[in-house]
Design a protein around this ligand. Structure first.
Ligand code: NOJ
Length: 505
């Protein structure tokens, strides 16, 4: 039932003035996070990376990128997080590496069919001279999921292109996919898991946990054979066994599959402890739609005896305030949904900055940094804009230098320091909600028991307790059910719960 606070490391706090967040910056904010009342931090990837995908392209899974700090800086953060009563989770990227990893460079330098190539998904091309990709898979970032290896300098003269293979990348061409049937690949993750667990991390996030094992023959679409193949569960059983060698640790998978029923297969008793996805984040602000998602998730994971993990936003989606319409209505809805999320049984992931009610930042085209996200109209930069801490400091307290993504003027009014002093702020709402979630017995109750309410609204009681959560997503104020008010996401109107508002009773 922990509340995980997801730190997008580049945008959290910069301690050394280079304009990008770092580990000592996170360390400086541990007091804030303790005050906020979360239980754990889940960091975005911190390993050495050329930052094509901001850390999701790793050259060495067992070190820390110098932009963020060093292994000693990591150890210091971990020790101090523990001293603040906060657990710490690191993000591992076992699906692919950076093109800069020694393995991939060795693969390119070796001949087709070599064992160096076998760690990745190299294939000959189709058609004349192998000029067409081996299959029709698209990349998640747009364009084909295949790139043809470059012409080796030594081969320029003979012009024999036919030998040039293609490599698979479900994301950008700078992120070649690993072949999970290769023993080195499996052994390497085990070494990496033990490396971080031995250092004392409380958990690991497994990125793209559903994508590790496409079928060996890489068949054409349709049916999307790229993801969610049965073989992947064997990998998760190995991960679980390794993590279980250490006491009190956990593994959470980032799982994007066809629905909660498929997701539940990742949290069977001998697989990952938790799986997080975007189903709640993708639900519109509509009481029926949200209720359906909640019920479906609970039924699916309940069938395998696992908790549902709830997430409203992360660094890949538009922030809640903007997603729910922006402006005052978007903010009111985001606050209401925070109370819904935090009233549900099971862990919650809160994306950094959501506790400040941040909207997506408008990032001008020339300042965009998410260059791999080529198929979307907008990049993912909007939800990755650095956090505003203190309007009396340069760079709003994020950096003394020049911020890697521009911080919009609108963030000046949303600084954490100001919100800490304002009892009506979104930060104060989160603090009160998290305090109640910790202290009130209702939050240790059972699954939601739903009861009928006005159209466009829902209410549920946590089974076996008197704790009720009400959401009004209708356009009119509605009466509240009987009970003492514990917390409301916005002011009542003459005793009625206004539109875009939630209450805990
Ligand atoms: C999932 C991460 O959340 C996303 O940010 C990244 O681009 C992809 N994995 C590829 O690594």
């Amino acid at each position: 039932d922990a509340v995980f606070y997801r730190v997008y490391v580049p945008s959290f706090t910069d301690s050394d003035g280079d304009g990008i967040g770092d580990l000592p910056g996170i360390r400086d904010r541990l007091g804030y996070l303790e005050l906020l009342g979360v239980d754990a931090l889940c960091l975005s990837p911190i390993c050495p990376s050329p930052m094509v995908d901001h850390g999701y392209d790793v050259t060495d899974p067992r070190d820390v990128d110098r932009r963020w700090g060093s292994l000693p800086a990591f150890d210091a953060l971990l020790t101090e997080a523990h001293a603040h009563g906060l657990r710490l989770v690191v993000d591992l990227v076992p699906h692919h590496t950076s093109e800069g990893r020694d393995w991939f460079r060795a693969a390119l330098a070796s001949a087709p069919g070599s064992s160096e190539r076998a760690r990745y998904q190299f294939r000959p091309g189709r058609g004349d001279g192998g000029a067409a990709p081996p299959n029709d898979w698209p990349s998640m970032f747009g364009g084909p999921a295949w790139t043809r290896e470059p012409v080796p300098v030594s081969d320029d003269a003979d012009g024999d292109d036919g030998r040039r293979e293609w490599y698979l990348h479900l994301f950008s061409s700078a992120q070649p996919d690993l072949d999970w049937t290769h023993a080195d690949v499996r052994a390497d993750l085990e070494t990496t898991l033990r490396f971080w667990l031995e250092r004392g991390v409380d958990g690991v996030r497994i990125d793209v946990a559903h994508g590790l094992c496409p079928p060996a023959d890489l068949p054409d679409l349709p049916g999307d054979p790229r993801l969610d193949q049965d073989a992947v569960h064997d990998v998760h059983r190995t991960i679980r066994a390794t993590v279980d060698d250490y006491t009190g640790r956990m593994a959470v998978g980032a799982v994007a599959v066809a629905g909660p029923e498929r997701l539940a297969r990742y949290v069977r008793p001998d697989e990952l402890h938790l799986a997080v996805d975007v189903v709640l984040a993708h639900a519109p602000f509509d009481a029926d739609a949200v209720r359906k998602v909640i019920e479906r998730c609970l039924t699916a994971v309940g069938a395998v005896g696992a908790p549902a993990t709830w997430m409203l936003a992360d660094h890949d989606v538009v922030r809640t305030v903007s997603r729910y319409g922006g402006g005052p209505a978007g903010l009111a809805r985001a606050r209401a949904m925070a109370l819904v999320q935090l009233a549900l049984p099971g862990p919650a992931f809160v994306y950094n900055g959501d506790e400040l009610g941040l909207p997506d930042g408008a990032v001008p085209v020339e300042a965009r940094r998410d260059l791999v996200w080529t198929h979307a109209e907008d990049s993912r930069d909007g939800s990755r804009v650095p956090l505003p801490w203190d309007d009396t400091l340069p760079g709003l307290g994020f950096t003394a230098g020049s911020s890697w993504l521009p911080i919009p003027d609108a963030f000046t009014a949303l600084c954490a320091a100001t919100q800490l002093e304002d009892t009506g702020s979104t930060l104060s709402l989160y603090r009160q909600a998290l305090e109640l979630r910790r202290s009130h017995a209702g939050f240790r109750g059972g699954e939601p028991e739903w009861f009928d309410g006005p159209l466009g609204c829902f209410a549920f009681r946590r089974a076996g307790t008197s704790l009720v959560c009400v959401l009004n997503a209708s356009p009119a104020p509605v009466p509240l059910p009987a009970g003492d008010i514990l917390l409301v996401s916005g002011p009542l109107e003459y005793g009625l719960l206004p539109p875009d508002t939630a209450a805990w009773l």
